[in-house]
Design a protein around this ligand. Structure first.
Ligand SMILES: Nc1nc2c(ncn2[C@@H]2O[C@H](COP(=O)(O)OP(=O)(O)O)[C@@H](O)[C@H]2O)c(=O)[nH]1
Ligand SMILES: [Mg+2]
Length: 255
């Protein structure tokens, strides 16, 4: 466990507009990471309609080099399909998004950890750019779905997500654009140095705690696709839980 790198204090949140191929090695000065250093982790809950596409995309984009971890609570063929595609599958009773993702984060054993949903909404083609941003010194790179319009998202979810981002921005004192995205890359140290407490609101927590601890966090605009299969999240109950998480995490970090 080590402290955030020194060059970022007061820098606030940056927008990762584009990352040049010539970006310098990481801020800490170690060698550049490749996909051999990347774990891609996700919770999977009855994602039969999407899992094959998601895992095939990851393999294609990373040349089969990223290690994939699925924490699975499915009653359909999702885990079999995931194993056939070379993922490490951990069985766990379904207990919600955050419980699954936290288990997956803990199981990841590589220095760069990427989260995604297993619903084919997130662009795996962006993985090289996320890795490049980590190599350029970012501690967290967060996929921002909302700045590009997110028209594939149901309107109620879209407005809810804008409200969560506005609420979090007020508390954080800086503008964040998408607090509830499922696609991010993290330096492993960030994941290990923080105790995670939220379930449905884990995604917001995974952005807010690093920001409040002055890690170098950047949002990067990504396209967002229509979901394959049914969502697991009830918009009203889930929305209330996320709002509560945002408030709780802020109080916990500040007081
Ligand atoms: N293992 C496991 N995965 C879950 C659970 N709840 C959600 N997920 C997975 O977490 C990801 C996010 O859920 P999703 O339904 O896409 O939420 P949405 O993006 O808000 O619609 C998906 O890959 C789900 O399959 C759960 O209780 N257990
Ligand atoms: Mg999803």
């Amino acid at each position: 466990m080590s402290a955030p790198s020194a060059d970022q204090s007061g820098a606030g949140m940056a927008v990762e507009a584009s990352v040049e191929a010539t970006a310098a090695p990481s801020a800490a000065g170690e060698d550049r990471y490749t996909f051999d250093d990347v774990s891609v982790v996700m919770g999977t809950y009855n994602e039969e309609a999407a899992v094959e596409t998601v895992l095939t995309d990851i393999d294609r984009v990373t040349g089969g080099r990223a290690n994939v971890v699925c924490v699975d609570g499915s009653s359909d063929r999702t885990p079999e399909i995931a194993r056939e595609h070379g993922a490490r599958v951990i069985d766990q009773e379904p207990q919600g998004y955050g419980v699954a993702v936290e288990r997956a984060l803990a199981a990841a054993d590589r220095p760069v950890i990427v989260t995604t949903d297993c619903d084919d909404t997130y662009p795996m083609e962006q993985l090289p750019a996320f890795l490049e941003a980590i190599n350029a010194g970012r501690d967290v790179v967060s996929g921002d779905r909302l700045s590009g319009g997110a028209t594939a998202m149901p309107a109620v979810n879209r407005w809810g997500n804008h409200l969560f981002a506005a609420f979090a921005s007020v508390l954080l004192g800086e503008r964040v654009r998408d607090t509830t995205t499922g696609m991010r890359a993290y330096r492993r140290e960030v994941i290990e140095s923080i105790e995670w407490t939220e379930n449905t609101g884990l995604s917001a927590e995974l952005l807010m705690r690093p920001l409040l601890r002055d890690y170098d966090v950047a949002e990067r605009q990504i396209p967002y696709r229509d979901r394959a299969g049914e969502t697991t999240l009830d918009p009203l109950r889930g929305g209330a839980e996320i709002a509560a998480s945002i408030g709780r995490v802020w109080v916990d970090e500040r007081f």
